[in-house]
Ligand binder design. Structure first.
Ligand code: C2E
Ligand code: MG
Ligand code: MG
Ligand code: MG
Length: 291
């Protein structure tokens, strides 16, 4: 049970239900019920353009308003969901909710593209491209409002299958982002062969970039590599102003982290954009996006 096997059918529990701990089965059942009970919520972390200083997107991050345990971050429940068929339902919910929010913002004059994280296991679900394009169409959005974030680990277990899937998603017009870059394996091969639009430097390298020469060297090399491959590069985990300035100086295209904004409930994203637009003296209906 310990080792996640990406290639298996998501219709079955890993290692069979017999090997799963009772607490895990209980939490999984609670989580299943939570989907239908409005206990799940997406927070959105704004992404800033280095060139314009404007907010140009937001990453959807899942939270569970647990009835007794409070607001749970994804690390507390996603790993368990990922070992069961529930991950497919969760992914559908997250996609649909993020696109619903994106369409609602759009209707209010705020054009804010969203990024959604994909569980590695979703890459082996054959109808994923259809699920994605159906959800985009249902909300009457253009496919380019959506970026799907995928980690390297998703791509090493079944590279051929993942490549086919990513190609299909890409041909539907959604953008693809390689998340947590630098923490997995075969990074270069993945960047060389798969149709990514964006690479996100893992926050493990970004957070200490000011104080650590090795981290700075890695960050600058990934920026150079990404740019030479024609990709946009995102730095995540930017926690203070000086790190933000350094990442901009290094040529990072997109910036994400507490220094810009923590993940926020959807209403607060709109407020943040209004405040920033007001400070910049701009009168834009939704905020300061697309500058
Ligand atoms: P990620 O995709 O790399 O997301 C970035 C994580 O870094 C988020 O944690 C975010 O809150 C955190 N973060 C943002 N700025 C800072 C900062 O300045 N400093 C530090 N220390 N951390 C920062 P979160 O929300 O707990 O999410 C953790 C991971 O869970 C995500 O990592 C992603 O892999 C996964 N995840 C989140 N939502 C979803 C989802 O809807 N579906 C799937 N499959 N995975 C998700
Ligand atoms: Mg991500
Ligand atoms: Mg990441
Ligand atoms: Mg991560």
């Amino acid at each position: 049970l310990r080792a996640k096997r990406v290639g298996e059918s998501v219709g079955l529990w890993d290692a069979g239900i017999a090997g799963v701990r009772p607490e895990e089965i209980a939490l999984n059942a609670q989580l299943r019920a939570a989907i239908g009970r409005d206990e799940l919520v997406l927070y959105y972390q704004p992404v800033q353009s280095a060139r314009t200083g404007g907010i140009v997107g937001a990453e959807a991050l899942l939270r569970w308003r647990h009835p007794s345990r409070g607001l749970l971050p994804p690390g507390e429940f996603l790993p368990i969901a990922e070992r069961s068929p529930l991950i497919a339902d969760l992914t559908r919910w997250v996609l649909d909710e993020a696109l619903r929010q994106c369409a609602a913002w759009d209707a209010g004059g705020l054009h804010l593209p969203v990024s959604v994280n994909l569980s590695p296991r979703m890459l082996v679900i054959d109808d994923l491209p259809r699920v994605v394009s159906d959800s985009i169409a249902a909300h009457r959005l253009a496919p380019d409002v959506l970026t799907l974030e995928i980690t390297e680990s998703a791509l090493v277990t079944q590279p051929a299958r993942a490549a086919t899937m990513l190609g299909q998603l890409r041909s539907h017009g959604v953008a693809l982002s390689l998340d947590d870059f630098g923490t997995g394996y075969s990074s270069m091969e993945i960047l060389k062969t798969l149709p990514f639009d964006e690479v996100k430097i893992d926050r493990g390298f970004v957070t200490d970039v000011r104080g650590s020469l090795p981290d700075a060297a890695i960050v600058r090399s990934v920026l150079d590599l990404g740019h030479r491959l024609g990709l946009r590069v995102v730095g995540e985990g930017i926690e203070d102003e000086r790190t933000l300035t350094m990442m901009v100086d290094f040529g990072c295209d997109l910036l994400q982290g507490e220094a810009i904004s923590p993940p926020l409930p959807a209403e607060r994203v709109r407020e943040l954009l209004r405040t920033r637009a007001a400070k910049a003296g701009k009168v834009v209906p939704g905020g300061d996006v697309r500058c």
